[in-house]
Design a protein around this ligand. Structure first.
Ligand SMILES: [Zn+2]
Length: 271
C-alpha cells in the first residue's frame, strides 16, 4: 500500500508533465470510484487546466483552475502517464486525456481507490481535511508528541498509524521510524520518556525524507514499473525482514501483531 514516500514520489515524477496541462476528456470506467458521480465528475473536471499537484498525507490533490480533484490510491491504485495512442491497461478505472498528448491512467486491481471533485469553498468529502499534521511540518515537536501521548494506553505503533495525528505513515514506515528511534512498537504512549519522544520527533521526518530520496526516479522508469514499483525497498531495515538479522546488531528481528497490524522490530536495539 502506498504511504507518504510513495505518494510523494508519484507527485514528483508527474508534476513537471501535469503542470499546466488541460484535461480535455475524462472516462470513468468504474461507477463506484468517482464523486459526486462518474458523469458529474467528468463534466466538472473536463476543460480544466491543472495548476499544481499537491500531496496531503497519502492523498494526491490536483489543484485545478476551479476546484480540486483529490485522489487516494488506497491498497493497489496507481497512476501511469503514457502517450494517447497507448491501449488501455488492465484494471483501468479512469483515464484523463490531456492537451499534452498524454493520457493519465488510474489503474486499480482491488478497486478501493477513490477520486473526488470539490469546488473551492465546498466542504471536503475525501477526508483529506480531517488529517493531522504533515510529518515535515515544524509543528511536529517533542511537545506535540507529548501532548498526544498523555495518559494514552494505546501503543506508539498505533499512534504513528493514526492519520488524524500525523498524516501519511502506514505499516512500512512506522516500523522503520521506530527502529531508527530505538523504540519498541508495543510500548504504550504513556510510557515514553521525553528523551524518547525527542528521538521519535526527529526520526519521523528524517526517515520519510530518506525514503523519498531513495525512491527518486524519472517518468520512463515510473511507467516501466507500472507506477507501483519503488526503489527504496532495498533500504528498508526492518519491514518485511522478520526472522532475519538486525542490520545493526545481528540479533534476530521479531514479528508481533498490534491491533491486527504486523510489526517487525529488533529486541536488542529497540527498548
Ligand atoms: Zn538490533
Amino acid at each position: 500500500m502506498p504511504e507518504l514516500p510513495e505518494v510523494e514520489t508519484i507527485r514528483r515524477v508527474l508534476l513537471p508533465y501535469l503542470k499546466n496541462a488541460v484535461i480535455e476528456n475524462v472516462r470513468v470506467d468504474d461507477a463506484a470510484i468517482a464523486y459526486p458521480s462518474p458523469a458529474r465528475f467528468a463534466e466538472l473536471v473536463e476543460g480544466q487546466r491543472i495548476k499544481y499537484l499537491e500531496r496531503r498525507g497519502k492523498f494526491l490533490r490536483f489543484v485545478l483552475e476551479k476546484g480540486v480533484m483529490t485522489l487516494h490510491l488506497r491498497m493497489t491504485g496507481c497512476l501511469t502517464l503514457l502517450p494517447q495512442g497507448t491501449p488501455d491497461p488492465p484494471h483501468l478505472r479512469a483515464v484523463f486525456f490531456l492537451s499534452s498528448g498524454r493520457r493519465l491512467n488510474f489503474e486499480d486491481v482491488r478497486r478501493f481507490g477513490r477520486l473526488w471533485f470539490t469546488h473551492a469553498g465546498e466542504a471536503d468529502v475525501s477526508g483529506a481535511e480531517r488529517l493531522g499534521i504533515e510529518p515535515f511540518d515544524g509543528a511536529l515537536t517533542v511537545d506535540f508528541l507529548a501532548e498526544k501521548c498523555k495518559n494514552r494506553k494505546r501503543t506508539v505503533k498505533q499512534l504513528l498509524l493514526d492519520q488524524s495525528v500525523i498524516a501519511g505513515i502506514g505499516n512500512i514506515y512506522s516500523d522503520e521510524i521506530l527502529f531508527f528511534a530505538g523504540i519498541r512498537p508495543d510500548r504504550t504512549c504513556a510510557s515514553l520518556e521525553r528523551e524518547e519522544l525527542a528521538r521519535l520527533a526527529a526520526a519521523i521526518p528524517e526517515r520519510l525524507e530518506y525514503f523519498v530520496e531513495k525512491n527518486a526516479l524519472d517518468l520512463k522508469e515510473h511507467n516501466a514499473g507500472k507506477g507501483r514499483e519503488y526503489r527504496n525497498t532495498p533500504f528498508l531495515q526492518v519491514y518485511g525482514r522478520g526472522g532475519k538479522k538486525c542490520v545493526k546488531c545481528a540479533e534476530k528481528l521479531q514479528r508481533i501483531v498490534i491491533c491486527g497490524r504486523s510489526s517487525i522490530f529488533c529486541p536488542h536495539c529497540q527498548k
